[in-house]
Design a binder for this molecule. Structure first.
Ligand code: FES
Length: 142
């Protein structure tokens, strides 16, 4: 846990290797269930509550979206791995923004700032032994 000047607190939720690309880790921070996603090497965090009827949104399937091209036969899957589909009724949300695919201005899920910082063993640094660099850590600002 690290204090920040803007009244939000950064919480260490794990290391980058705990959340492989295309996956989500659900954590509880200050009583809030939050899903932390790895989308192509970038990390994003969403509240694990669907704004429709309260399902655990982040337990849904991570998907892309289908778009139509020039003709009806020209359907492409784009932005694969950038949306979460609610497990109850299938509403889809952009993992990067929390906005719903169908009604992004009115329907969204709370998103949180995520940062990744190098980690090191602080006890070893204090005692001036050689420092061991570990996997980068993921911090969620809540
Ligand atoms: S509870 Fe998520 S779509 Fe209905």
């Amino acid at each position: 846990m690290m204090e920040k000047g803007d009244n939000l607190i950064e919480y260490k939720i794990g290391t980058v290797d705990e959340i492989p690309e295309g996956s989500c880790k659900i954590v509880t921070i200050s009583g809030k269930s939050i899903g932390v996603f790895n989308v192509n090497g970038e990390f994003f965090a969403l509240r694990n509550t669907c704004p429709h009827q309260g399902a655990e949104l982040c337990k849904g399937k991570i998907v892309g979206i289908h778009v139509c091209g020039e003709s009806i036969d020209d359907i492409k899957l784009v932005r694969e791995g950038e949306f979460i589909r609610c497990p109850w009724h299938g509403w889809e949300f952009d993992i990067k923004t929390g906005k719903s695919l169908i009604d992004p201005k009115k329907t969204y899920v709370r998103s949180y700032e995520v940062s990744v910082k190098p980690s090191c063993d602080e006890e070893l640094q204090v005692e001036t032994f050689p420092t061991r660099v570990q996997a980068d850590v993921i911090l969620v600002k809540v």
